[in-house]
Design a protein around this ligand. Structure first.
Ligand code: NAD
Length: 420
């Protein structure tokens, strides 16, 4: 049996995700050969993406697509545009997709893409040219039954529309090559809200299990993009008191509870949560240490670390972002009795409705919103109760329970195929 290294703060994101993988591989007695395969990636591509600038100049950036494991179905995962989106980060995010799709039990493998770029410096036309170039560079390894893309940080439905169009120029009309695209182009109703909706669905389950009501609960959310803003909106409409939120420009707090609908209007005009009337400013780091019942990191990875984990006062952390807690911080939270709803469970609503979107595209048949949300609820609640039951039966925390279930499913599929 392989021995796993002690976690430390110098681990790369991929090493961190693999720390959790190896930890559960030990517990479930996974053989070393299967462990070797599942802790590596199947295929990685790095592409050069020259961007023709509006002023006629040329800027060259690099993009990645990593396919981690395809035992359970076509590779599936979003594309992130961010200066930190290097190969190690994309590998980590791709592996999380393998475990997430297995846990939520949809027939996909795991992949992720990224371009290492600061989008704040690009015009819309430059973004479009970069997106089309990236898609045409990676088009040789993706496909509607091979690898399907979706939005992530700094990408959205418009990005997916450009990708679909660029791919279609080579392969013909192929809406199922991307999910999270505009509804007018075959996107699914409910996809935009799906990750945030799934976050609140599992929070509801955990709150009910704790014998509490939403109106007993205060919530702080880091990140107010697609996931954070929908989580805030659905938390508020579900009766929770959302007291603090933040984005890349800073945070705000209102202890009586923020008017989230009003805040969304403010963000539309001001481009940030900062300056919302009736709220007080707070720092992004301060938000993570607030006296609230529930903390929802919904921005970037590795925001709860060895440095600040001991300062987290929330009794529950719901990981809407991918990999927001380092392994060392995870142990500190565990020792302090903080319940962590892990990313591969909590934010799986997005890929679940992406699966519904892909299914609708393949069948050329649209579902109504009630059906999408009902099926999403069924998947989220089933996964939540399986994780809870596994944790109780095996005396492990929810992250180890979630990883154990996922790793067992992927290993079974890989063995059945004869791949390992
Ligand atoms: P987004 O680009 O729509 O929003 C990101 C938000 O984070 C923005 O409000 C941005 O201002 C904020 N932010 C960026 N840097 C920050 C910082 N240093 N401090 C505080 N806030 C910061 O991205 P998204 O799609 O909402 O994704 C957010 C997280 O959720 C990511 O970790 C992503 O991988 C994860 N996720 C997204 C989806 C999806 O369907 N979009 C699905 C699963 C998981």
């Amino acid at each position: 049996m392989a021995t796993i290294p002690e976690p430390h703060e110098g681990m790369t994101p991929f090493e961190s995700v693999n720390f959790f993988f190896h930890d559960v591989a030990d517990r479930i007695g996974l053989d070393d050969q299967t462990r070797d395969v599942l802790s590596g990636t199947y295929r990685e591509i790095r592409v050069q993406v020259p961007i023709r600038k509006d002023d006629g100049g040329l800027e060259t950036v690099y993009g990645y697509r990593v396919q981690h494991n395809g035992a359970r179905g076509p590779y599936k995962g979003g594309v992130r545009y961010h200066p930190t989106a290097d190969l190690e980060e994309v590998r980590a995010l791709a592996s999380l997709m393998t475990w997430k799709t297995a846990l939520i039990d949809i027939p996909f493998g795991g992949a992720k893409g990224g371009i290492q770029v600061d989008v704040s410096a690009l015009s819309s036309a430059e973004l479009e040219r970069m997106t089309r170039r990236y898609m045409s560079q990676v088009s040789y390894i993706v496909g509607e039954h091979r690898d399907i893309m979706a939005p992530d940080v700094n990408t959205n439905a418009q990005t997916m529309a450009w990708m679909m169009d660029a791919y279609g120029q080579r392969a013909g009309h192929t809406p199922a090559i991307v999910t999270g695209k505009p509804v007018e182009l075959g996107g699914s109703l409910g996809r935009e809200a799906a990750t945030g909706r799934g976050v609140i669905m599992v929070l509801d389950e955990a709150v009910r299990d704790a014998g509490k009501q939403p109106d007993d609960i205060t919530v702080a959310i880091q990140g107010f993009g697609n996931v954070g803003s929908w989580a805030a909106r659905l938390a508020a409409s579900g009766g929770y008191r959302v007291v603090a939120v933040s984005d890349v420009r800073g945070g705000i707090i209102q202890s009586g509870g923020l008017d989230v609908a009003g805040l969304i209007g403010h963000v539309r005009e001001a481009g940030s949560v900062v300056g919302f009337s009736g709220s007080d400013p707070i720092g992004n780091d301060e938000l993570l240490e607030l006296e609230v019942d529930v903390l929802i990191p919904a921005a970037l990875g590795e925001v709860i670390t060895k440095q600040n984990a001991g300062e987290v006062k929330a009794g529950m952390v719901v990981e809407a972002a991918n990999h927001p807690v380092t392994p060392v911080a995870d142990q500190i939270l565990l020792d302090n009795g903080v319940t962590v709803l892990p990313d591969i469970l909590a934010n799986a609503g997005g890929v679940t409705v992406s699966y519904f979107e892909w299914t609708q595209n393949i069948q050329q048949f649209s579902w109504d919103l009630d059906r999408v949300n009902a099926e999403l609820g069924r998947h989220m609640r089933t996964a939540y109760s399986q994780v809870k039951r596994y944790a109780a039966a095996n005396d492990v925390d929810l992250r180890r329970a979630a990883f154990s279930l996922a790793v067992e499913r992927v290993a079974t599929a890989a063995h059945l195929r004869g791949y390992v």
